[in-house]
Ligand binder design. Structure first.
Ligand code: NAP
Length: 283
């Protein structure tokens, strides 16, 4: 068996075209979708991610303003976010994680207006996800769900193993998959005998950040592999999966780069236009 590749880049391009059409239609009505992106600290990977997100926004006609704070405390950061919350010309707010250790992350995320919270990080939106109420869906998990849908991979009754329990990825994804009637196991660094879980999974989503973490002996024949990991190895961007080894055993697999990453960016764009429409009472 050679796994089919789930091409996140191609699907993201289609979504970007749809978002660009929506943005044009909104502008024709005098509404200019706009996002504020907060980058705090000096994390090199975060700098690249926010630059990519801002560029992708501008490519589809969304105004993107980057607020960069190499050194800032919790309270001042919150006051900056609140200023954008109160600015009606900004529809969407993204705070790039992780925040530096000295910043109280939970307090900062609570300060994002739930109406403008593009990555579902405000506790009200996370709570809405828990109770299946309309809010906003986290970008990376939503991108993964869209990718699975594009390749006709159903979730009902499937055993899913997610190796990640972060609020950006594993936790919201588990809720979204439960809603689609999957049986979900969320694994992490303290999970005992990880292979026992992964070997019985129909679908594995891995987001650990360690190259070659998921090997072919850990998965069953025909499993679907979604690799959300991003790391550098020998100067190249790689994921968590042993891509070549797994290709001979899985039924579908996402590449890195070109899989989950571009879908995350596409969902930032899609969520921004959705939030803009809601705030402009067009939905
Ligand atoms: N493609 C994208 O758009 C996208 C978006 C978000 C993140 N990512 C990538 O995904 C990875 C994780 O990001 P994150 O922000 O979620 O980071 P994180 O919060 O550090 O999450 C890493 C997860 O991996 C688990 N883990 C670490 N070592 C493990 C082990 N030996 N066995 C099992 N689980 C283990 C951790 O468990 P504990 O909870 O016990 O520590 C944690 O849940 C990174 O490579 C990041 O770049 C990609």
């Amino acid at each position: 068996m050679t796994a089919a590749i789930m091409d996140g880049r191609a699907l993201a391009e289609q979504i970007k075209t749809q978002v660009a059409d929506k943005t044009t239609a909104l502008k024709a009505r005098g509404i200019h979708p706009s996002i504020a992106i907060f980058l705090v600290g000096n994390d090199e990977a975060s700098k690249i991610y926010v630059r990519e997100k801002a560029k992708a926004c501008r490519d589809v006609g969304i105004e993107a303003e980057l607020f960069k704070f190499p050194a800032i405390g919790t309270d001042i950061l919150i006051s900056k976010i609140k200023k954008v919350n109160d600015d009606p010309s900004v529809h969407s707010i993204l705070v790039q994680l992780p925040l530096p250790k000295h910043v109280d992350e939970n307090k900062v995320l609570e300060s994002i207006s739930p109406e403008k919270d593009v990555d579902c990080l405000n506790p009200l939106n996370l709570g809405r996800l828990v109770i299946d109420s309309e809010g906003v869906e986290s970008c990376t998990p939503r991108g993964i769900m869209r990718l699975l849908g594009r390749y006709g991979i159903g979730l009902e009754g499937k055993n899913v193993v997610i190796i990640n329990r972060s609020k950006l990825l594993g936790k919201p994804l588990a809720l979204m998959m439960l809603k689609k009637n999957a049986t979900v196991s969320v694994c992490h660094s303290k999970t005992q005998d990880l292979e026992r879980h992964t070997q019985r999974a129909d679908i594995i989503v891995v987001g650990v950040g360690k190259p070659q973490f998921l090997r072919k002996d850990m998965v069953k024949q025909g499993a679907v592999i979604v690799d959300a990991g991003i790391a550098k190895a020998e100067g190249r961007v790689v994921g968590d999966a042993d891509f070549e080894g797994l290709r001979g055993k899985a039924s579908f697999i996402t590449p890195v780069p070109g899989g989950v990453g571009p879908m995350t960016v596409a969902m930032v764009l899609e969520n921004t236009t959705m939030l803009t429409e809601r705030q402009s009472a067009l939905k």
